[in-house]
Design a protein around this ligand. Structure first.
Ligand SMILES: *Cc1c(COP(=O)(O)O)cnc(C)c1O
Length: 356
């Protein structure tokens, strides 16, 4: 199949007409640029408690810090209240309710489906192969002119594997719609990000987050990287002050110290390797899937009972037993050394209770 490369104009043509026409809410601080000594424009309180002013709607300090770290221009970045919010923004910009569709391969991250449901667009599910690989040709065959978005989560949650680069690149080149590559776990592996490809492929959007490797799930910062012309529309649908001032300050500060993040990531990865080595020695453990992340998908004998036993003893993991290809599987995040000790102890104790 030979295909014309997708142009920026084609991508802009997929945007919903109502969004193309939209005049975004114009905030007081957004309209003004320059140096001001007196701010009487936003009906804020004048009493300086450090938080009496509205946040920067564009999260400039976060975008600039991220731009420097990733070696791109800030105009190619928008910041969300978590990448969850960006999943919703992308769906709303491109998908017409009751008409359009999105496509993704379960088992995968749940928000793609939720965002489609909220927008009342069809969620087309083409499962991964049983060994958790992308069904590339089936995805292409399932796409029609209403299929606006292909979600690719790599490394994939919950399976933990990073898809082969040639499969992802093939889909970016061949899919007749937007391809969003969710790189929530990019900090745990050392391949280049797909954001290197956004200049060449106007239909590509890359998502990253500060929630995992950066250890900042509580402040809610996600980033979408795309062509500035696409970013503009993602910003047009967001709430004006979606990223608060405390979050912006904390994120910008963290992003200036990637060595700190890397040191923590290294420790977590060492713990994951330890779990990979020790879990198979247990009889209840049937299989551990290869992981490129900070968690392991583990197939257990008696997964439901193991899950409840752990929970009754104050340790919670995520049950994935109902997901396709995940029968008997629990997803376990690599924690601190002593937390992983506790997991291994409890599993050993479970075995001795059952065999006794
Ligand atoms: C954790 C996770 C996210 C992060 O969501 P935030 O809203 O940024 O916390 C996004 N995608 C996947 C696949 C995840 O596992």
């Amino acid at each position: 199949m030979t295909m014309q490369p997708i142009t920026l104009d084609t991508v802009l043509g997929w945007i919903r007409p109502s969004i193309l026409r939209l005049t975004p809410y114009s905030s007081a601080r957004g309209e003004f640029s320059g140096q001001a000594d007196v701010l009487l424009d936003a009906n804020e309180s004048p009493f300086d408690n450090g938080m009496n002013r509205y946040p920067d709607p564009k999260a400039t300090i976060v975008r600039e810090a991220l731009a420097e770290l990733r070696g791109i221009d800030p105009s190619w970045i928008t910041i969300g209240n978590g990448s969850d919010e960006l999943v919703d923004h992308i769906t709303r910009v491109f998908c017409e309710p009751k008409q359009d569709a999105v496509i993704y391969s379960p088992p995968t991250f749940g928000m793609y489906k939720v965002a489609a449901g909220i927008q009342d667009v069809r969620a087309v599910e083409i499962p991964l192969t049983p060994d958790f690989q992308l069904p590339t040709n089936a995805l292409l065959e399932a796409a029609d002119e209403h299929t606006k978005i292909l979600w690719i989560c790599t490394p994939n949650n919950p399976s933990g594997n990073d898809f082969p680069r040639h499969d992802v690149e093939y889909l970016i080149r061949s899919f007749p719609g937007l391809v969003v590559v969710d790189e929530a776990y990019i900090d745990f592996l050392d391949r280049p990000s797909y954001l290197e490809r956004i200049a060449e492929h106007p239909n590509l959007v890359v998502l990253q987050t500060l929630s995992k490797g950066w250890g900042l799930a509580g402040i809610r910062v996600g980033a979408a990287f795309a062509r500035p012309e696409v970013i503009r529309y993602l910003q047009a649908v967001k709430m004006p002050y979606n990223v608060n001032s405390l979050t912006q300050q904390t994120a910008a500060k963290a992003l200036r110290n990637p060595e700190h993040m890397q040191a923590q990531v290294d420790l977590i990865l060492a713990q994951r390797h330890r779990l990979e080595a020790e879990l198979p020695r247990l009889d209840v453990v049937e299989h551990i899937y290869p992981s490129d992340t900070n968690y392991l998908l583990v197939r257990f004998r008696e997964a439901e009972q193991v899950y409840r036993y752990l929970q009754n003893n104050g340790l919670v993991v995520r049950s994935r037993t109902r997901d396709i290809h995940c029968a008997g599987c629990l997803r376990v995040t690599a924690g601190l050394p002593e937390e992983n000790d506790r997991l291994l102890e409890l599993l050993a104790a479970y075995e001795s209770t059952v065999s006794a």
